[in-house]
Ligand binder design. Structure first.
Ligand SMILES: [Zn+2]
Length: 585
């Protein structure tokens, strides 16, 4: 039996609680407390209100909610004691079809999990695309989450419960997502082209990269866009306004990936607007400006170690000397482009005229846990953090690990260890500041030799350039002091210095208004990662919309995930933003 939002908004309290009884397992107190906030402006607002009740509940109530759920593949599933909702959800994932080994493994995991946490393992077994998760995925997730700390795992269970509630609400209200499932399916389809088997790697101008571009081009043309692949490999589609003199809004993101990357990083920001254009075309609706959707060819820097090739070409800032860069096999970028049929000489002509462009807006998966932890599908980006990167070489004295007394050593690795802790300490003290030592090597190190040399990398980022510069100064001073005290020689090489790219407040405002019109609160956050918007900021004002990243916020990893519901509401918000867009000045 289905119902409607207006019915839920207008019925009496008892009927409201009764209709939502199956949404949160055996926990009618949740709809009871949320009812006071009626009427709900949208389904998104109803979901947020139900979530807020759980978030504001006592820990005992939260535990009660978790414990009200049946064990996945536990005894309850066999005895037929599940609610009607749980029975059909678990059957869809094929958990009722386990092999003997899988069944034994699940039961062992179940026992270990209960012993460690004292509540049942909860997983929305209907996956992100709406299909059931495979048994392999369920078991792998179970094993991974068993390693969590209790508080983190409890929070994860509650998030899974909210996801299950979302799926059940969609069924109850017979919701048909207009954009989300298509975007998720296209992401799956694109992931079939990879430079490596069993992983998603799509590096600049490889066969997989070119096949991906060809597919994007075909989809753009299918939706009625004028589309082409430009000289640098960007896939560019235009949905023209009826006013030929109109300015252009650019949206898009990159379609290359890191090694063994995720399916949504970059690609979401291309596929989502293609789905929007298809919707507009089907309705015969035009916008008062030209809309350009760009699949940028390169952002990650995997093959030639130079990033933002696609977006820099669009701003006219492509560095032509990069054409001589060579990949690990000795192939130059120039040769790779020529082999793909591209005319390198045409790249400088790709730069757009500033006067033609009204704005740039990019949708991107967050690649972090902030939205996930706040229980929000969308966030408005305030700025893309600036970054400073260094390579540090420490030189001590290698000597015998057995015969050199502790006070006579010049141990380069011990100095490095102090530096790592210094970076951690200093970067914990600053607004929107982070610092990381991601590479740490003892070249030619040996078990029985005191490290004579050590190499480390240093990455410091902040929203505010002066905060970052102050942290860099302090870390460099501290590093020099540590090395002086230990009689270690050091060399520091700066490899990246990128200023923060603030998003334009007028665009953030319009994007934030669209988020609020969808029934969600506006939530602003910083982007710690670099994005094409950073490069495009040289051409026009930019804004970004982040979508929630599942699995603890993991990205640049095959575990990166999101849901069709989040893709859908992001598309609705971007469409609403475009329809109501008002140019500055
Ligand atoms: Zn990206």
């Amino acid at each position: 039996m289905t119902t409607t939002l207006s019915e839920l908004n207008s019925c009496d309290l008892a009927a409201f609680v009764e209709r939502l009884r199956g949404i949160y397992e055996h926990s009618p107190w949740i709809p009871e407390r949320a009812a006071a906030q009626r009427p709900f402006a949208s389904l998104a607002a109803l979901k947020q209100a139900l979530q807020a009740v759980v978030t504001n509940a006592s820990e005992a109530e939260q535990l009660g909610l978790i414990r009200a759920h049946p064990e996945l593949a536990g005894k309850a599933a066999i005895a037929g004691q599940l609610t009607a909702e749980s029975t059909s959800e678990q059957a869809k994932s094929g958990l009722n079809l386990c092999s003997a080994e899988e069944f034994a493994r699940l039961h062992q995991l179940n026992a270990d999990y209960n012993a460690k946490f004292g509540f049942p393992f909860i997983l929305a077994v209907k996956g992100p695309t709406g299909l059931g998760l495979t048994r392999e995925t369920v078991i792998a997730t179970f094993a991974r989450r068993l390693k969590n700390q209790r508080a983190d795992e409890m929070a994860e269970c509650l998030r899974q419960i909210h996801r299950i509630a979302e799926i059940r609400l969609n069924d109850l209200l017979a919701v048909k997502l207009e954009f989300g499932p298509q975007i998720m399916q296209w992401s799956e389809d694109l992931a079939q082209w990879s430079d490596e088997p069993d992983a998603l790697t799509c590096a600049y101008m490889t066969d997989a990269h070119r096949a991906t571009a060809a597919q994007l081009l075909a989809w753009m043309r299918d939706t009625g866009m004028q589309a082409e692949i430009d000289a640098v490999g960007n896939v560019v589609g235009r949905y023209l306004s009826d006013d030929p003199g109109a300015r252009t809004i650019i949206t898009g993101s990159h379609y290359d990936t890191v090694r063994n990357g995720g399916k949504y990083d970059g690609r979401l920001g291309i596929l989502l607007p293609i789905a929007i254009v298809r919707h507009l075309r089907d309705k015969g609706e035009k916008l008062p400006f030209h809309l350009e959707v760009i699949g940028f060819a390169e952002e990650e820097g995997v093959r030639f170690r130079s990033t933002f090739l696609g977006s820099n070409a669009v701003t006219g800032n492509f560095d032509m000397t990069l054409l001589d860069a060579v990949d690990a096999d000795g192939t130059s970028m120039r040769a790779a482009l020529a082999a793909a049929g591209h005319d390198c000489a045409a790249i400088p002509d790709l730069g757009r005229r500033r006067a033609d462009i009204a704005a740039y807006v990019e949708v991107h998966i967050e690649q972090g846990p902030v939205l996930l932890e706040h229980g929000l599908p969308l966030g408005v980006v305030t700025a893309i953090a600036g970054s400073s990167r260094f390579l540090v070489e420490l030189q001590g004295v290698a000597s015998h690990a057995g015969t050199t007394p502790m006070h006579m050593r010049k141990d380069a690795a011990a100095a490095a260890a102090e530096i790592v802790l210094l970076v951690e300490q200093r970067c914990a003290q600053g607004e929107a500041l982070v610092g990381t030592v991601g590479q740490l090597q003892v070249p030619g190190g040996s078990v029985n030799v005191i490290p004579g040399a050590c190499k480390l990398s240093l990455d410091i980022r902040a929203a505010d350039d002066s905060v970052r510069e102050a942290a860099v100064r302090d870390v460099m001073d501290g590093l020099a002091a540590i090395c002086a005290r230990r009689a270690i020689e050091f060399k520091v090489e700066k490899i990246v210095e990128a200023k923060a790219a603030p998003c334009a407040p007028w665009l953030m405002q319009q994007l934030g208004d669209a988020v609020q019109r969808s029934g969600l609160p506006r939530f602003d956050l910083l982007s710690g990662a670099g994005h094409d918007a950073m490069a495009i900021a040289a051409l026009t004002d930019v804004a970004m919309l982040f979508t929630r990243c599942g699995n603890g916020g993991i990205s640049h990893n095959p575990l990166e995930t999101m849901t069709a519901d989040d893709a859908d509401i992001a598309a609705q918000v971007l469409l609403d933003f475009l329809r109501r867009f008002s140019p500055q000045g």
